[in-house]
Write a protein that binds this ligand. Structure first.
Ligand SMILES: C[S@@+](CC[C@H](N)C(=O)[O-])C[C@H]1O[C@@H](n2cnc3c(N)ncnc32)[C@H](O)[C@@H]1O
Length: 209
């Protein structure tokens, strides 16, 4: 994880929930979780869990949630946020080296992590590695945009993604039934000029063959 990303998320860890609430909604998260159609006995992971937004959405619906993030300060906040759930385990880990065996999970989720991954296709391959056959990968992230300021101010490495690339990376990683669609909601990014310019979000789902 590059240092500027570590610094940014350490600096904003205490305010991330407030920042995030301005950016995207629980409705967006919950509709993506619904799309993944997980069984109640599922074991899942949330990569780049941050303060536990997606992990907290998953915990009431599945048996076990693992939340991984490279930033320990974000995970400290997640720990407090998720105190009510005994089925959540949080661990510091870089997204390209998740400390879990191959074929061990029914679902892997990542919300707004991929645009921080130095090598997004490799990050997807790592997530797919964790899935059991039939397990589902669900990524929500930004479509391509031109908000250069997000590199400087939010340590973003990628200004969103082309949906065709996401589809190709999913298929190359061995996923089938790949669906890349509009998420239910936008990312309401507020720029340095104080203006809010909604960015579109995709939800990408695929099942391990
Ligand atoms: C935009 S935040 C999203 C957090 C959370 N998923 C949410 O929806 O609120 C991105 C998160 O990815 C984490 N992150 C960035 N680069 C990472 C990497 N290479 N490996 C693991 N986590 C990373 C950051 O620490 C941060 O918590």
């Amino acid at each position: 994880m590059p240092n500027d990303s570590q610094t940014y998320f350490s600096n904003v860890a205490g305010q991330w929930d407030e920042i995030r609430e301005g950016y995207f909604t629980e409705h967006m998260r919950d509709s993506a979780i619904t799309k993944a159609k997980l069984p109640a006995n599922a074991a899942v992971a949330d990569i780049g869990t941050g303060t536990g937004f997606v992990a907290g959405g998953l915990a009431p619906h599945v048996a076990k949630v693992y939340g991984f993030d490279a930033n320990p300060d974000m995970l400290e906040v997640a720990k407090q946020n998720l105190l009510a759930f005994s089925n959540v385990e949080l661990r510091v880990a870089p997204g390209d080296q998740i400390p879990m065996p191959d074929n061990s999970l029914d679902g892997v989720f990542a919300n707004m992590y991929l645009h921080h991954a130095p090598q997004p296709e490799k990050a997807i391959q790592e997530m797919v590695r964790l899935l059991k056959p039939g397990g589902v990968l669900c990524i929500t992230d930004l479509d391509t945009h031109d908000h250069e300021w997000q590199r400087e101010q939010m340590a973003d490495l990628w200004l969103g993604f082309e949906r065709d690339d996401i589809r190709k990376w999913f298929e190359n990683a061995g996923l089938r039934e790949v669906d890349v669609d509009c998420a239910e909601g936008t990312c309401n990014a507020c720029g340095p000029d104080g203006k809010t310019d909604p960015l579109s979000i995709f939800v990408a789902i695929g099942r391990k063959g």
